[in-house]
Ligand binder design. Structure first.
Ligand SMILES: [Zn+2]
Length: 72
């Protein structure tokens, strides 16, 4: 995965991250898939992150489901 594969959402501090349509599982950054970074803008999350549910996917027999969070 390269930086250019990121959604056009590398804007810092923007509003509406939690309202952003969740991307496909393969488009999540490592941090977003681990729940440590905002799935929409890619910023590290601190207190007040908003839980946005699951992004589901699979690769062959492997489940890739991830819980994602967004900026408050
Ligand atoms: Zn964000």
């Amino acid at each position: 995965m390269t930086a250019s594969a990121q959604p056009a959402a590398l804007v810092t501090g923007r509003r509406g991250c939690r309202l952003t349509k969740k991307p496909a599982i393969r488009q999540l950054s490592w941090g977003a898939a681990k729940g440590t970074h905002c799935f929409a803008c890619g910023q590290p999350l601190r207190q007040g992150a908003v839980y946005c549910g699951w992004v589901r996917g699979r690769s062959g027999v492997h489940r890739l489901d991830a819980e994602v969070w967004a900026c408050p």
